[in-house]
Design a protein around this ligand. Structure first.
Ligand SMILES: [Fe+2]
Length: 399
């Protein structure tokens, strides 16, 4: 038995934002517009709202959202009484939009509703309608049922999680990712990879998420280098599509240790989420493969081999080849090491202990002890993929 949920209306394609703006009219007249700091990106929306005589209040998200930021913005939002939230930006902006859509109608302390550090009470009132417009190919937040928020006091990242915060509409226009620099594109694509990979090997996959992950990995592998390097339309569209598939997969399957450790690390070092998951991915894959061999989990080993075959487009590829592919991508896409962000100065036992409390770690295909998570961190910190100038520069090289 399984169930599957996603954003009920998905509009996908080059230039689809401009042609689908009239969708906003279906939800009312007043818009809480949530964007990143570059306001010029959302001019297409504000000028449309003006021509339609619709009122809007603009909230600009400059950092990854924390719980205090959402609460402050929710006070402003409730006074404005919006009919809908329109969020246009990267994962942080979309998550902020989803949290605000919920907090407009659910008053009280946000800690009541968040997991791990809060009371994890289900949200009571239906959020206002929310339209998600991603400008990156990364988190797939346009089709996920959680909003990741930093808890400054607990130094971890946690989620506000509910099927009710799935956006009502996702407008995925790959041209919005054009012009993103190769490094930002690269780390976003690797986070999308980690979603697809962790959902494929997790403890609770289902036939639909398996299908989604396989197609996502296939498209991501063929397009990650050309799509991150330049605005190749087919490759950029593949990456937007793969990122969205990653979001669908993690909403309906589970994640694993890379994201469990990322939720703990995200509150402690200032590395972007995508860099953390990308750097953890190959080490977590190797650790899980080691544990699967020890436990005779041939089903899991078969899944890792399938990942390698999709990534290398080679039916003869072995599971270790998949790990090597990930390591090569970390180099080619110039993903910084976590030591660069001060991982070595953060006590590993504290990170591992916090990771054990995360929701993501429960999805790991095999239970990992706190000691093994410390070993994963040791590997990431002290045995990173070597970086040399000869390995780094040329994004045009294919795998
Ligand atoms: Fe992620």
């Amino acid at each position: 038995m399984f169930q599957f949920m996603t954003t009920p209306r998905i509009i996908f394609g080059e230039g689809c934002l401009r042609s689908s703006l009239s969708t906003l009219n279906q939800f009312g007249y007043s818009v809480l517009l949530v964007t990143g700091k570059d306001l010029s990106r959302s001019e297409i929306i504000t000028s449309y709202l003006k021509t339609q005589g619709m009122r809007y209040q603009h909230i600009s998200v400059t950092n990854e959202p924390n719980i205090a930021m959402v609460e402050e913005s929710a006070v402003v939002a409730r006074l404005f009484k919006p009919d809908m939230v329109v969020a246009m930006g990267g994962g942080s902006v979309l998550d902020m939009g989803k949290a605000l859509a919920a907090m407009v109608t659910n008053t009280g302390d946000l800690y009541d509703y968040v997991e791990v550090v809060g009371r994890n009470v289900p949200i009571k009132a239906q959020p206002i309608p929310m339209i998600a417009i991603p400008t990156t190919a990364s988190t797939g937040a346009e089709v996920t049922k959680n909003a990741v928020l930093k808890s400054a006091q607990d130094k971890v990242k946690v989620s506000l999680r509910s099927p009710d915060i799935l956006p009502n509409v996702a407008i995925v226009d790959p041209t919005l990712t054009y012009g993103t620099d190769p490094r930002t594109s690269g780390r976003g694509a690797m986070d999308a990879f980690t979603h697809l990979m962790e959902a494929y090997v997790c403890g609770e996959p289902n036939p639909l998420t398996d299908m989604i992950c396989e197609e996502g990995l296939r498209r991501l592998a063929r397009s990650i280098l050309p799509g991150c390097r330049q605005d190749n339309p087919r490759a950029r569209a593949d990456l937007s599509f793969a990122a969205m598939l990653g979001g669908m997969a993690i909403t309906n399957a589970k994640l694993g240790a890379a994201h469990g450790l990322a939720s703990a690390l995200g509150g402690k070092i200032l590395a972007p989420h995508s860099v953390i998951t990308a750097r953890l991915a190959p080490v977590v894959m190797s650790e899980n493969m080691r544990a699967a061999k020890l436990n005779g989990r041939n089903d899991l080993l078969t899944r890792y081999r399938k990942i390698a075959q999709l990534l290398l487009e080679d039916t003869e590829a072995q599971m270790e080849d998949g790990v090597e592919w990930v390591k090569r991508m970390l180099e080619k896409l110039e993903i910084p090491t976590l030591s660069y962000y001060g991982l070595s100065d953060t006590p590993f036992d504290v990170i591992a202990k916090d990771a054990m409390k995360s929701v993501a770690i429960q999805g790991n295909p095999l239970p990992l002890t706190q000691e093994r998570l410390v070993e994963v961190l040791n590997q990431v910190c002290y045995n990173p993929v070597n970086r040399s100038s000869s390995q780094m520069g040329d994004l045009s090289e294919m795998h």
